[in-house]
Design a protein around this ligand. Structure first.
Ligand code: LLP
Length: 446
């Protein structure tokens, strides 16, 4: 088996290797050992790769003349241990709910580096954000602006805000679309003048400091043109608002959306390419419009944790329909990874306990939920599969655990961090007993 040693998997750009047992190794830990130690399904995160990606982002913007902030978008994956790790990496954090904020604060994440997003922040969530003294709120609509005004006035507390703009630019993987009608539940649209009104109104409020603008144009973006277009548009409007009512664009937040590799079909750009183009555009329009250079903030989620995650499953039953296909079922599926069912997302995988073989056959990987749509991968080439083999699905680190459910009363899997040959249980597996924590027995009064 020596020929397999340290051989990089063809479809995976992480630290995944194949050891001399022909097993998949992640962060220097044998995945078969992990599956046996923690059971399956199991999310495994290569934390060295997470840190590497964060550093790539920080490095990529380090030549910029003004400050930059890389705010990790927690919605991609959050956990106490991850937040603790991030706190040491001098990055900021984007949260979108009281729940994410709660966990981040519990983890000791510095609250002044937390940004709060969302189109329907509740009164309670805003109180929690103000009490935690977070760094800034990204204001999404007039109702929220009103609530923040009332709360800050009541408590005589100042807060920094960014105004979220619906820029009328949507980026889809390889193209961006300029939509005349800015029809989105998020942010203030430019076309109807609401964005201008929002900035003007927010500026007039006593305890609110408008520090800049925010826009997020989409997900899994492989081109820089969408970011360039949104920068042009937001900076042009900033100039207009500066002339009209002294708006000062101190911060320009261009959101997240940087694409990653799920399969060989995906060809993500190096992070520095996005950064170079974003910095170049901001400098160009600053100069052309006579604006001061703003700080640049970005909010990557998927590109930080996506490729660092692998899900391990145990193979169970199989069914062959002659001349049609072979279904191989695993012990998880849409409950731990809703993305194939929800977005038709594509993944690839390998047999963790026998990565390479002489011959491969085509199989389709089915989840165990009672839904025909619970298919993880169609037509995957694998060595001869047997019951008890371990399947590793690659690049599952983003929007997997964070979107997991208990559908069919499947307990949520455990999450393990691996690095330098060591493993650490970050989130334990749910047990059936955990279900009972929320349940009430009907008593005689009902
Ligand atoms: N900032 C804002 C305001 C966002 O809405 C998002 C994602 C991000 C940053 C992070 O985007 P990323 O870098 O992760 O692409 N559940 C979907 C993705 C939903 C993304 C929502 N917003 C999926 O599984 O593909």
């Amino acid at each position: 088996m020596d020929q397999f040693k340290n051989k990089q998997l063809p479809e995976f750009s992480g630290n995944t290797t194949i050891n001399d047992k022909n097993h998949l190794e992640i962060g220097g830990v044998d995945s078969v050992y992990l599956a046996e130690k923690y059971s399956t399904p199991l999310y495994v995160y290569d934390t060295a790769l997470i840190k590497e990606r964060l550093n790539e982002f920080k490095e990529a913007f380090s030549s910029y003349e003004k400050e930059t902030q890389v705010a990790y978008a927690s919605k991609a994956f959050s956990s106490l241990a991850l937040y603790q790790m991030l706190a040491k990496e001098s990055v900021s954090l984007d949260v979108v709910s009281g729940g994410e904020l709660f966990l981040a604060v519990k983890a000791g994440f510095p609250s002044e580096k937390i940004h709060f997003h969302g189109n329907n922040k509740s009164h309670q969530e805003l109180v929690e954000a103000l009490n935690a003294d977070i760094g800034c709120i990204v204001v999404d609509n007039f109702t929220e602006l009103d609530m923040i005004n009332q709360l800050t006035t009541l408590h005589q507390k100042r807060i920094n805000v960014l105004i979220r703009i619906t820029p009328g630019i949507e980026a889809h993987t390889h193209e961006y679309i300029t939509t005349g009608q800015e029809d989105s539940k998020f942010g203030f649209d430019l076309a109807s003048g609401q964005a201008k009104e929002a900035v003007k109104e927010a500026q007039s409020l006593k305890y609110i400091d408008v520090i800049g603008l925010h826009a997020h144009i989409g997900s899994q973006i492989f081109e820089t043109t969408g970011y360039e277009a949104v920068i042009e548009r937001l900076m042009q409007h900033s100039k207009e608002w500066q002339d009209l009512f002294n708006f000062d664009l101190k911060v320009l937040n261009v959101g997240g959306g940087f694409g990653i590799r799920y399969t060989n079909e995906d060809a993500p750009l190096p992070i520095k390419d996005y950064a170079i183009s974003i910095m170049r555009s901001v400098k160009q329009y600053s100069k052309e419009l006579g604006l001061e250079l703003p700080e640049i903030w970005v909010e990557p989620g998927r590109s930080i944790v996506g490729e660092a995650g692998t899900t391990l499953y145990t193979v169970g039953t199989q069914k062959t329909i002659p001349e049609v296909r072979k279904y191989v079922s695993v012990d998880g599926g849409m409950a731990d990874n809703i993305r194939p069912a929800l977005y038709d997302a594509k993944y690839t995988g390998v047999l963790a306990n026998k990565v390479y073989a002489q011959y491969y056959t085509k199989v389709s990987i089915a989840g165990k939920a009672c839904e025909s749509g619970d298919m993880l991968i169609w037509d995957l080439s694998l060595p001869e599969v047997e019951q008890g083999d371990y399947l590793a699905v690659l690049s599952t680190g983003a929007y997997g655990y964070s979107m997991a459910s208990n559908y069919n009363r499947l307990p949520r899997p455990a999450v393990v961090f691996v690095e330098d040959g060591k493993d650490f249980l970050a989130i334990r597996r749910e047990r059936y007993e955990d279900f009972l924590n929320l349940e009430q027995s009907v008593d005689s009064k009902y």
